[in-house]
Design a protein around this ligand. Structure first.
Ligand SMILES: [Zn+2]
Length: 190
């Protein structure tokens, strides 16, 4: 029953790295490069769009970018397990948690605490998953770049659909989730 502990792994394993330039949303495909990494491509394509006169709100919305902090950013999981499924990701392309400098690691924990408060307010869940898969063998869908998953959980939310089809029916769209989270993170600053 390991999906109870790593419910995020399936969608990413099956979908994350199969696109030609992983991590670049279609609205941001003007970005000419390919850094070969979902998260590095995501941030670079958002920044490129803003530098080329796309409104920041539009570019960040297209990329599901919820918050930029100093060493880490928070983005939506494009293949969420539940509504409110976020990832806290260091800007640095690192494949081991132990390689993350102390300042960035501390900020990641601060952001996880803030995320818990935000998810609690928005979704009033029964519990939370916070988790990181380090390395392909551990189930990391994007093994080259560490990321901390965060999601709200409810008693009984491991639905039959998940078990048989590795997919879920979510109660809100990514666009709505993004908007609600942006506003909540702006209000809950620490
Ligand atoms: Zn990367």
């Amino acid at each position: 029953m390991d999906y109870l502990w790593t419910p995020w792994r399936y969608a990413y394993v099956t979908t994350a790295e199969k696109t030609p330039r992983p991590g670049i949303p279609s609205a941001l495909e003007a970005f000419p490069g390919d850094l070969g990494c979902v998260f590095c491509n995501l941030i670079a394509s958002i920044d490129y769009a803003i530098e080329h006169n796309m409104a920041a709100e539009q570019a960040e919305g297209a990329g599901g970018l919820v918050l930029r902090a100093r060493y880490n950013f928070i983005c939506l999981n494009a293949f969420p397990y539940t509504s409110g499924h976020l990832m806290i990701v260091p800007y640095a392309h690192l494949d081991r948690l132990a390689a993350l400098p102390a300042d960035a690691a501390h900020e990641m924990t601060d952001l996880a605490q803030r995320t818990e408060r935000v998810l609690d307010r928005l979704y009033a869940p029964h519990g939370f998953n916070f988790g990181m898969n380090v390395g392909q063998a551990a189930g990391a869908g994007v093994a080259g770049h560490i990321h901390l998953h965060a999601m709200p959980r409810w008693v009984g939310d491991t639905s039959f659909m998940t078990t048989i089809a590795e997919s879920r029916t979510l109660p809100e769209t990514l666009e709505i989730t993004w908007k609600r989270l942006r506003e909540a993170f702006a209000e809950i600053s620490a």
